[in-house]
Design a protein around this ligand. Structure first.
Ligand SMILES: [Zn+2]
Length: 486
């Protein structure tokens, strides 16, 4: 081995050793380093509703809310704890609830969670028990507990108000949004759930909510306070829940085997209270008349509630226990309307807000069917012929009225369409179809309604619905459009 050879040998050995060392080190870098956790799985902050895209939160399906509210303090302040039981529809680390009050504590499955809040959007990030696995896996049932406090009267909602106060009485109720003023909620009608509401109030006062009254009495945990518990035991939508605290005259009993509860504010005069109770006592008879068309009533109890202030609306279909405007007591149409919503809206729910036709048109038509002296054929004629030249009656299209006009024409043009559908289908097809539709549970779109009607007849109703729902002028007086000959 010459010097030159030795040089090349040494050089080769050094190069080979370096390569081996680097390869080993590289291998160590790959296999020996701690694993980098995968990115957190984030669900969308809203459900993407065409009219209210930020409403609700994606990635889970709420089964039950347990809402505990303390309204025993003075003023408008509320303190509450909402426990949400949900099933994940995807893997989740971060997900969103709606809440307008200030969140103070959040746990997921009893364990730690972090949260941020912007407006009514509450973003919750659950801790991962194992770094490589999402905190919640698809299909898993989980609970979220949110403690919060705040003043719902200070919240400015877009559109109609939902917080009402008169003296020492307050009511939080409204559609499309009101629930997030008093509990942590997936605030979209696509996600119906059952609810237990437990409210602490100053001793001697009453708390009213959706559902049936389970119990009330001295609060075992709070001095000089009473506690009221209400339960909605069939899944319903968040806008059909409410909270009221005040001084109420309460009447309880049973009708047709169901517990009933009526509540009337003592802010009403004594004679108005009597009128209101006398009117509310018509509820069981109205439910029976509706059952004849719609099939069995979907809830386990009935009720009715008249607060002591003027609301923005005449009535609200809060589950099992509708809220009625005090100036409209005595109106049979209102009672029939809100009770028909127990089927259409409260249990056969909306998939999206632009499906509102399914709620209000069918409810208004049920009102046409059962109200004393009402004649659906005459009502149809009064609208179809009587309003023929009113341009703003025939628009906007009921299939997409826009958020601003969502709650306008659906109450009068809506039932007119339903009557035309009845004429087109014939009574022997229409009434079984109406009943079958009313007996469903869960979200249904307007497209589902069109398809179900089409499937119920041997005929093709595509053109009928296009004329009545998608156009903004009066459908021609043809048999195909369900317009009876004069
Ligand atoms: Zn309605």
């Amino acid at each position: 081995m010459s010097l030159v050879q030795r040089f090349w040998l040494i050089l080769t050995v050094v190069v080979v050793a370096t390569v081996i060392a680097l390869a080993t080190l590289g291998d160590r870098l790959v296999t020996g380093a701690p694993k980098v956790a995968p990115e957190p799985v984030r669900a969308a902050s809203g459900l993407g509703d065409p009219y209210l895209p930020e409403a609700g939160g994606a990635g889970y399906d709420v089964q039950h809310y347990e809402v505990r509210v303390n309204a025993a303090g003075l003023g408008d302040e509320l303190r509450g704890t909402t426990t949400v039981t949900a099933v994940a529809s995807q893997d989740l680390d971060e997900f969103h609830l709606d809440l307008h009050l200030s969140a103070r504590t959040v746990t997921v499955n009893g364990g730690p969670a972090t949260f941020t809040q912007h407006g009514d959007d509450l973003a919750i990030t659950a801790a991962r028990p194992r770094p490589a696995t999402p905190a919640i896996t698809a299909g898993q049932s989980f609970t979220v507990t949110v403690g919060y406090e705040g003043d719902p009267s200070a919240v400015k909602l877009r559109g109609a108000p939902a917080y009402y106060r008169a003296g020492s009485e307050f009511v939080i109720a409204g559609e499309p949004g009101s629930a997030s003023l008093w509990y942590a909620v997936n605030d979209h009608p696509r996600d119906a759930a059952t609810m237990d509401l437990i409210v602490t109030v100053p001793r001697g006062r009453e708390a009213i909510g959706a559902g049936r009254l389970i119990e009330h009495g001295a609060d075992p945990d709070v001095a000089d306070a009473d506690r009221w518990q209400w339960r909605v035991d069939a899944p319903t939508v968040s806008y059909a829940t409410f909270l009221a605290v005040g001084d109420y005259r309460i009447e309880q009993g049973t009708a047709d085997g169901r517990p009933l509860v009526y509540a009337v504010s003592t802010r009403l005069s004594a004679s108005a209270q009597n009128d209101a109770l006398r009117w509310l006592r018509q509820t069981p008879a109205a439910v029976r008349k509706l059952e004849a068309h719609l099939g069995p009533y979907p809830f386990s109890g009935i009720g009715g509630f008249v607060p002591g202030m003027n609301m923005y609306w005449g009535g609200l279909e809060t589950a099992m226990n509708p809220v009625y405007h005090r100036q409209l007591i005595g109106r049979e149409t209102l009672l029939n309307h809100e009770l028909a919503h127990m089927w259409f809206g409260d249990t056969v729910t909306l998939a999206e807000w632009n499906d509102l036709f399914n709620n209000e048109s069918l409810t208004s038509y049920a009102e046409w069917l059962v109200t004393t002296g009402s004649n659906p054929a005459e009502n149809f004629d009064g609208n179809y012929r009587g309003r023929a030249s009113e341009a703003d009656y025939w628009g906007p299209a009921l299939s997409d009225p826009g958020l601003r006009e969502l709650f306008v024409r659906v109450y009068d043009r809506g039932p007119t369409v339903v009557h035309a559908l009845r004429t087109r289908m014939g009574d022997s097809t229409f009434f079984p179809f109406l009943r079958a539709w009313a007996q469903q549970r869960g979200p249904r779109s307007l497209e589902d309604f069109r398809r179900a009607a089409d499937d119920a007849t041997p005929e093709d109703l595509t053109g009928f619905f296009a004329e009545w729902l998608d156009q903004t002028d009066r459908p021609e007086p043809t048999e195909a459009n369900g317009v009876p000959k004069r």
